[in-house]
Design a protein around this ligand. Sequence first.
Ligand SMILES: Cc1ncc(COP(=O)(O)O)c(C=O)c1O
Length: 340
Amino acid sequence: MSPNFLVCWEKFARYFEVELKEVKLTEGYYVMDPVKAVEMVDENTICVAAILGSTLNGEFEDVKLLNDLLVEKNKQTGWDTPIHVDAASGGFIAPFLYPELEWDFRLPLVKSINVSGHKYGLVYAGIGWCIWRSKEDLPDELIFHINYLGADQPTFTLNFSKGSSQVIAQYYQLIRLGFEGYKNVMENCRENAMVLKEGLEKTGRFNIVSKDKGVPLVAFSLKDSSIHTEFEISDILRRFGWIVPAYTMPPDAQHITVLRVVIREDFSRTLAERLINDIKKVLHELDTLPSRVTAKLTGSEEMTSENNGKTVKKTTIEVQREITAAWKKILLDKKTNGVC
Ligand SMILES: Cc1ncc(COP(=O)(O)O)c(C=O)c1O
């Protein structure tokens, strides 16, 4: 689950005084294992939330399997545990790219779905919504009724007054693009994601941690991060005008750091090729830096560093001096080449 989204869930759980349980990741996987999730369900579980399009690597969780296992468990126990699908990104991708994928109200236990219009709905920031399977699935006591605007207005929002421009923009996009238009946009995004993925693979330096089926994004990590890290790549890419975040994966996979490029409709094939070239330049630049320039802080004053293949201990200040000298050298070299 994405860190910001987890915070939302935690607030929600506190507000409604419910416990939030997170399914531990299975080694080598980055999304919820439905078997483990259903094992954790007990008589107090109000719902299981699945994500269609992980924030971290774009992968779709297996909502169909979750539904089938939960149907079985509900039958055995007499409970009635439903599913909420967080389709923030996937809600605007799966219907167009994978129409056969069952993740929505085709599955009987899916009672509510949220989607962000400002992601693949193609509207500027600030719009998202939640829909319920039926009126009965949204308890009436959660809805405010107001009539001071002239008629009964039911509202179930966390924010109250809000401009309607985004709703209009969303409506415009839906009418303007239609199913075919969204399908074309999503197909294009997927193709450009593939171009980027293949270009990164060709460098031979990265493991791809996103899946071909999922949100059109490419999440990748260095095959060898013992000398330079993904954070350095992210930093240097900024100089080329790219903001490519580097972050660690969630608990149980924290040892993995990834870089992530989300492909939106305005990310063209030309941009994909340019990014690949810039990443190659960054790798080349990093290769000229002394090894272990970003040796991890051990918490003590001592750090390890490599020198001609030998591991030597250095104080933090020594390592910092080494890093500064290395950067100075790069900048000087650049200046003398007239590249700057
Ligand atoms: C899976 C998932 N759910 C929810 C959110 C939050 O959505 P919004 O930006 O519409 O609040 C995100 C945003 O990154 C997300 O990736």
